[in-house]
Ligand binder design. Sequence first.
Ligand SMILES: CC(C)(COP(=O)(O)OP(=O)(O)OC[C@H]1O[C@@H](n2cnc3c(N)ncnc32)[C@H](O)[C@@H]1OP(=O)(O)O)[C@@H](O)C(=O)NCCC(=O)NCCS
Length: 166
Amino acid sequence: MTPLPPLPGHLLTPPDGVLTDIRFRQAIMADCLPLHTACFPEKPFIQFRSGFHHLLEWQKNGRCFWLIGTDETDRIIASGQLVLYPHGAELANLAVIPARRGEGIGTTMIGMLIAVACHLQLPSLEISVAVSNTRVLALYQRLGFTEDRRLQLPNDESAIILHKGL
Ligand SMILES: CC(C)(COP(=O)(O)OP(=O)(O)OC[C@H]1O[C@@H](n2cnc3c(N)ncnc32)[C@H](O)[C@@H]1OP(=O)(O)O)[C@@H](O)C(=O)NCCC(=O)NCCS
């Protein structure tokens, strides 16, 4: 795939009056360690770093759009991705730092990633969530995603794959 065309600036700006203290931008190589520390500390760093480099390569090749939210001091507080496959696209790696959860940041980021997907004229999106993660499942359902199928994860947990037509 070729790199994504430059996206119009409004796609990196939350709707008017919402989250005015947060800046959004695409992920860059220097984010690896601070992003891990802020949003994914439970993942082994070596494994995280390998996935990070892989997905930044995909971002360079137009297969991933990785949105990062930072606060007024430029600290990373949120992450979310749109990943494009030959026959579909998904939202992944959504995380908001614990101290800033419940303020609407996750909802806003999902809305921004959906707007990027619409701009790219994608027909639909998927998102997956562990069956046990009932609050996140409720959040995705509130945003219009509906259950499509279930999968067994390697750790024996079940995941729900949700779908949303655009
Ligand atoms: C899921 C997540 C990205 C949502 O971000 P957020 O900024 O807190 O979300 P919003 O403020 O827009 O919406 C709040 C809703 O998110 C969901 N939510 C899930 N876990 C939450 C948590 N620990 N704290 C607050 N809200 C949470 C709930 O549906 C909540 O609504 P409710 O209070 O009515 O139950 C964030 O909670 C998070 O990083 N969780 C841990 C990582 C994770 O589970 N990621 C999703 C993997 S599929």
